[in-house]
Design a protein around this ligand. Sequence first.
Ligand code: KIV
Length: 262
Amino acid sequence: MKTIQDFQIMKNEKKKISLVTCYDYWSARIIDESDIDAVLVGDSAAMVMHGFETTVNAELEMMCYHIEAVKRGLKNKFLIGDLPFLAHRKNLSYLMESVDRFMKAGAQAVKIEGADGNLEMIEHLVKSGVPVMGHLGLTPQSVHQLGGFKLQGKDELAAKKIFQDSLLLQQAGCFSIVLEMIPAEAAKKITDELEIPTIGIGAGTFTSGQVLVLQDLLGLNKNFNPKFVRKYLDGYDLIQGALNNFNKDVKENKFPQPNESY
Ligand code: KIV
């Protein structure tokens, strides 16, 4: 299993880091025996697994339930859990309770969106022995403040703010930072200046690694086709084809055959 120290070495040696999201046991088992470096139980679970419009609906119980399921299938990969909406903004004891639940559910690190107002909490967690991953750029929990799931850091001032936040997160002790939906050049500057690895999603090629939502890279979401997603499988049509073949065989009494019967 790779550790946060390995991710740092990978950045130092300019070896790229691969992450995928995962929310359930059977996907975790497949990922566990793949070459992927680490797994994020993202709060995108609220959208991908529960059909909500945004990640604002992810809750502590929901996240712990997914972390536990993933952990049962994941023996060989580093597991990061995404702290849900406001979990780090209520008060320190709620944060510590949430992180305690995450770690006991099987997470080995937590991810926290944003820098403003979070630095002390991040420092406290790191000093308590909890690895923390930062997240800048498009921070989906702030979607209503940002006015949609849009590219961030487009102008010089906005890019500068993300850059300064990345330095603050590194100073607070983050072991890595996700950079979501920012121009490739802005991500390059951050990656070049920071010691810690950056993990990009919609942030171009220069980051230390890349993360994608598992269902996006498997092509399971037919109508979700943003520029930054590469579909490595035509999963939606393949699964639907298999279901329709099963249905056809049942209707035509071709399944089961004698060799599939007792
Ligand atoms: O929740 C999530 O899936 C994420 C990744 C897209 C980085 O935060």
